[in-house]
Structure formats: structure tokens, C-alpha cells
Design a protein around this ligand. Structure first.
Ligand SMILES: *Cc1c(COP(=O)(O)O)cnc(C)c1O
Length: 413
């Protein structure tokens, strides 16, 4: 490619990702490779692959051609260096942190977290890794929590379910100054709305199960190295993974100690579904974001709704920040109902809005948060995360907006 040609845009890059790597036969999709084992005509090559002297496939728990094509796609979408895919988003988070942390380490995390990530981080204490939870909408809280042993800062972009927006750029600057690994979970914004690399993220987490695949039919997760972190200064890397350029060291250890040893491998069939689903990512996210903004305005004005949490509303505490950072405000919102309204009755009256725990589907889904996904953590922790008992999370889909508003209108009447 000549250097005076402008760089292609996000959708173009995504749509042509498989083709660019020449899947063979002129095919436009990378096919589903189901083989677990890979043959070597010269056994010396097999040894070279095992010893990391040669690239190649050895066993499908670690590498698979279909999964690799998806990894390349995520890397291009995030503008990163390389990606490792996992069976779920939780596997990506858990395997990454287990691979990189050691006893005595400290992590600073946003307290506004996906429920299972919160649960996982609470278990880390049992393994000698201390996690401090702070209100990451203000960088000062992150800075005050840093210790000499702090190895990583973990934040989500738009937090689920109350939609707090982390002070992403300032936290990035802080982590760069202190040479601390900065991990950003981009699941709710996706690479189509936000590029964590632009705010200095070292590693980007995506649950591919949500908007990325987008149809509620395949689980997956990914961690992408943006290439911004200098791994030569990271104290927890094993010497035998420090081969080749230092930019590769972190992801090599995540692949070996995380993916290989924990074994939460993405299935090639799921990788294929996720790749195909992702081709309409920005169309879906834009439509769902437009729907969410219209619905948020409608609900905000409704007398039976006491509160609407949505970053696209001017009343949202981080509205200005979200306007600067994200291309749209996303499709996730939550509402609090007036006391006379029972959240279960309300949900049961909705016709098109499905009572379900997922998000990022094409269909609109809703869930009574305190009674389900945030039930296990208890009332005290819920209160600290701003989760009211009547809170209903709405993951807005791509239905026609008139039908959605009519449905909410009749259910609230
Ligand atoms: C769903 C979700 C995850 C976990 O992803 P799974 O694929 O369900 O394991 C992690 N982070 C966020 C923000 C999520 O919404």
C-alpha cells in the first residue's frame, strides 16, 4: 500500500479482515477449522514450534486458525498489537490477571464493575492479591489508592448497570507516569464507539458475547495488547517468555500461563459466529444507541420513573466526559421506578422487552438488577455501587423505536 493513501475506517477494516489474511479458495470468510491436532512432516519443525523458535499450530487449546482470524480482527478493530481470545469475557479477565499477578501484588479497580468481575476480584484476596475498589470517575481516587506494589489499574468504560463513566484519559496519564499496567474493559462501548488505546490503555478486554457478536448466540472474550506498555519494566514476567521483542512478552505470558494452563479456549464454531456477527457491529451499536437516547428522554419525562441513568442525558454526572470520549452514548441504561410501581409487575407487562440477564443482543432485554445479577453481593455493596432495589437495567436493542416507546408506555400506564 502506498503511504499517501488515507488509512481505511473502522468498518472497512473489519469487513475485509479475513480476506486480507487470504483464507484460501477466494473465500471471504475464514472457515471453521475443527482439528485439534496439526501434523508436521518434519518432527524438527514440531519441536521448533514448541520451543517458540517457529510460529505454528501445536494443539488447539492454544491456537486454532479460525480463532486466530478472529484475534486478528479484534486486533485491527482495536488498533492494537495482538489479541488472545478466550471462551468467555470472564475467562479473558480471569486468565489475564492470574497470568500477570503474583502474591503480594496490588490492583486498583473501579468499584463500578460488572458483577462477576467484582466477585472474581474479591476472590483474589484469598491468593494474596489485594484489590482496592475506588470511585474511578475521579482520577484522584485512583491516585490515592496506588501503592508501591500496585501492578494494574482496572476500569470499565461505561459501567454496568448504573452507567458511571471512568475518568479514562486521566487514569491513562497517571498509569503512564507510574508505569502501571492499565486495563480497560471495552465491552459496553465496543471498539466501534471507543478506542481505549487513545487514552493510553495497555490491555483492552472485550466480552465478545455482548455487542461484538451481537446476536446472543455465542460466548467469547478477548484481551488485546495495545503495544503502549513497556513490558521490559514489568517485574512478573518469567524469563523463558522474554524471547523476541519486549512488546510480545506480556501476551506471550497471558497465552502460556493464562490460556494454555487454564484452558478456557474459544471454540472455532463460536469464533466464526462472533466474527460474522461483528461485521454489523457499528450499524447495530449506532441504531441501538439512537434508540437508547430516545427511550432515555421518554423515560426521563415519565411521571412513574424516578431516575434514568444514561450518559446521553445532560443530567448524567459524566455527560460532558462521555460526549468527549464516545462516538455515541451506548445502548445500556438503567431506571428507578416510583415506589408505587413493582419492578416485577412492570417487567411482566412489557411485550417486546425480554426479561433476561444478557445485554448486547439485537432484542431489548431488561432485568431487575438488585434481585438477580447483583443479588449475591448483598445490600451494603449494592448501595456503594449506587444500585437501588427498584433498579431495572435496560439493554436496548435494534427494534423500531416507536414500538419500544409504545411498549414502555403501556407497561408504565
Ligand atoms: C458480560 C461482561 C463481561 C463478561 O463477559 P462474558 O462473556 O459473559 O463472560 C465482562 N465485562 C463486562 C462489562 C460485561 O458486560
Amino acid at each position: 500500500m502506498s503511504s499517501d493513501k488515507p488509512a481505511p475506517h473502522f468498518d472497512t477494516v473489519n469487513l475485509h479482515s479475513d480476506r486480507r489474511d487470504k483464507p484460501g479458495h477466494g473465500a471471504l470468510h475464514k472457515p471453521v477449522h475443527t482439528s485439534i491436532a496439526f501434523e508436521y512432516e518434519d518432527a524438527r519443525d514440531l519441536a521448533a514450534v514448541f520451543q517458540g523458535r517457529q510460529s505454528g499450530y501445536n494443539y488447539a487449546r492454544q491456537q486454532n486458525p479460525t480463532v486466530n482470524a478472529l484475534q486478528n480482527r479484534v486486533t485491527r478493530m482495536e488498533g492494537g498489537l495482538a489479541t488472545a481470545a478466550f471462551s468467555t469475557g470472564m475467562a479473558a479477565i480471569g486468565s489475564t490477571l492470574f497470568a500477570l499477578l503474583r502474591k503480594g501484588d496490588h490492583v486498583v479497580s473501579s468499584s463500578f464493575l460488572f458483577g462477576n468481575t467484582n466477585s472474581l476480584f474479591n476472590s483474589f484476596g484469598n491468593f494474596g492479591v489485594d484489590v482496592s475498589f475506588v470511585d474511578a470517575t475521579d482520577v484522584a481516587n485512583v491516585e490515592n489508592a496506588l501503592r508501591p506494589q500496585t501492578r494494574a489499574v482496572f476500569v470499565e468504560t461505561i459501567a454496568n448497570p448504573v452507567t458511571q463513566v471512568a475518568d479514562l484519559a486521566r487514569i491513562g496519564e497517571l498509569c503512564a507516569q507510574r508505569k502501571i499496567l492499565y486495563i480497560v474493559d471495552n465491552t459496553i462501548t465496543t471498539p466501534s464507539l471507543f478506542s481505549p488505546r487513545a487514552v493510553g490503555a495497555s490491555l483492552i478486554i472485550n466480552s465478545l458475547s455482548k455487542y461484538f457478536g451481537g446476536h446472543g448466540d455465542a460466548l467469547g472474550g478477548a484481551v488485546t495488547d495495545t503495544g503502549l506498555y513497556d513490558w521490559s519494566g514489568f517485574p512478573n514476567l518469567y524469563d523463558n517468555y522474554k524471547t523476541g521483542p519486549a512488546s510480545q512478552w506480556g501476551l506471550t505470558q497471558i497465552r502460556k500461563k493464562g490460556l494454555r494452563d487454564f484452558g478456557a479456549t474459544l471454540a472455532p464454531e463460536a469464533a466464526h459466529s462472533l466474527a460474522v456477527g461483528s461485521e454489523t457491529l457499528s450499524l447495530r451499536v449506532e441504531r441501538a444507541s439512537d434508540n437508547a437516547l430516545a427511550l432515555a428522554r421518554f423515560l426521563q419525562a415519565h411521571p412513574k420513573v424516578s431516575k434514568v441513568h444514561y450518559p446521553g442525558l445532560p443530567q448524567h454526572p459524566q455527560h460532558a466526559l462521555a460526549s468527549r470520549l464516545f462516538r455515541h452514548f451506548g445502548a445500556l441504561m438503567s431506571i428507578e421506578l416510583r415506589e408505587e410501581l413493582d419492578c416485577f409487575d412492570f417487567l411482566n407487562r412489557l411485550e417486546y422487552v425480554v426479561s433476561s440477564s444478557n445485554l448486547g443482543d439485537t432484542r431489548t432485554l431488561a432485568i431487575p438488577v438488585a434481585h438477580t445479577i447483583f443479588y449475591e453481593m448483598g445490600a451494603e455493596r449494592r448501595a456503594s455501587m449506587g444500585i437501588a432495589d427498584s433498579l431495572v437495567r435496560i439493554a436496548v436493542g435494534i427494534e423500531h423505536i416507536d414500538d419500544l416507546i409504545a411498549d414502555f408506555s403501556q407497561a408504565l400506564a
